[in-house]
Design a protein around this ligand. Structure first.
Ligand code: PLP
Length: 379
């Protein structure tokens, strides 16, 4: 039996999303651009699915463009905002704890002569809205701030950022990577005051290979992919109907059960905060509050990769904080300036509507065994 506690990495595809994808492939396989019935039926379904995603997000269907993943949406938002603002300035603000999908395109712009300010978190992983306000300049053309950090679960002050940009009167567009926030904390793009916002399907129980970008009505973005003119000419390429169908099903169901799911994840998070420190002396949570689905912990004195492998042998999946980026130490935990012993022992536990107390109990048991056996083998 597998105890899956790595839902911030990816989520199991829910059965209704699989069913929706199979239907779209099996019966509704027409090309939405074709003029005969099979095509126009597919186009009508895409319209409905777009409305489902928009309904869960709380925006107009015309404001949703389908992409292939969160990374694609992030890259597009940053490059397009820089392109739009290039006559007004070359200053960008983001945070030091963004996902690589934001940091890497920012670094690419630095190589093209842009100046990027990286806001640093405090020791609990919080980003200060006052720091952002101080960093804004008349030539700031983009602020990119994630809603929920994927390694810490902290919620960033995106709505405050929008108000600060307005007060400063600078031309900056506001982009938000909401990949970890969608269906995990309640928000709408309008409440946040963002211009652009990225989503990913596989974090919300849809398959990999589908994402979306919210583009505020009235904002004219340069196209990401030029071709046949699909997605209002913004991202050409025949629509990935089965992926979109599955994404829409996950959105519909996630929206319906949002309150119940959030309460469930909050209660699991609180439960884990109680039982895990009892399993291993010295174990502590790195952050408090934040999004309900992410709990970063540290086991000082242990190597997290070793613990992850030990747990994996017992069917328990969590992610290692210090080596989760293909062997490179995490820039996020690094930004907290933890003592080395704590940084080496970081694990990220993450929940979904589908996680049970038994999964958390299994983790506590596994960590207890790791504490005893790994400690013995080290001594
Ligand atoms: N942004 C954040 C905050 C994420 O956690 C992830 C995935 O881990 C991404 C972007 C990238 O999304 P995708 O895997 O859909 O490309």
């Amino acid at each position: 039996m597998v105890h899956y506690l790595d839902n911030a990495a990816t989520t199991p595809v829910r059965p209704e999303a699989i069913q929706a994808a199979v239907e779209a492939m099996g019966e509704g396989w027409g090309n939405p651009s074709a003029r005969y019935a099979l095509g126009s039926q597919a186009a009508a379904r895409v319209k409905e699915w777009r409305a489902d995603v928009a309904g869960a997000l709380g925006c107009a269907p015309e404001e949703v463009v389908f992409t292939s993943c969160g990374t694609e949406s992030d890259n597009w938002a940053i490059q397009a905002a820089a392109e739009l603002g290039k006559r007004k300035g070359k200053h960008i603000i983001t945070t030091a704890i963004e996902h690589a999908a934001v940091l890497e395109p920012c670094k690419a712009l630095e190589r093209q002569g842009y100046e990027v300010t990286y806001l640093r978190p405090d020791r609990q992983g919080n980003i200060s809205a006052a720091d952002l306000e101080r960093a804004l300049r008349p030539d700031t053309v983009l602020v990119s701030m994630m809603l929920v950090n994927n390694e810490l679960g902290t919620v960033l002050p995106v709505a405050e950022a929008a108000r600060a940009i307005q007060r400063a009167g600078c031309p900056a567009l506001l982009h938000c990577d909401a990949v970890q926030g969608f269906l995990k904390v309640p928000f709408t793009p309008k409440e946040l005051g963002v211009d652009l916002l990225s989503l990913s399907g596989h974090k919300i129980h849809a398959p990999k290979g589908i994402g979306a970008m919210y583009i505020r009505k009235g904002l004219k973005l340069p196209p990401l992919i030029r071709g046949g003119g699909q997605e209002e000419g913004l991202r050409s390429g025949t629509e990935a109907t089965s992926q979109i169908a599955a994404f829409a099903a996950a959105c519909r169901l996630g929206r319906e059960s949002l309150d119940r799911d959030l309460a469930h994840m909050e209660s699991l998070n609180a439960y884990a905060r109680t039982v895990l420190p009892q399993a291993v002396p010295g174990l502590r949570a790195l952050t408090g509050g934040g999004a309900p689905h992410i709990l970063p912990i540290t086991l000082p004195g242990y190597k997290s990769e070793v613990v992850v492998r030990f747990l994996s042998d017992r069917g328990i999946c969590v992610s290692s904080g210090s080596a989760c980026h293909k062997g490179k130490p995490s820039h996020v935990y690094g930004a907290l300036k933890l003592p080395k012993k704590e940084q080496d022992g970081v694990l990220r536990v993450s929940f979904s509507y589908d996680t049970s107390r038994e999964d958390v109990d299994a983790l506590a048991e596994g960590l207890k065994a790791a504490g005893e056996q790994l400690f013995t083998s080290l001594s």
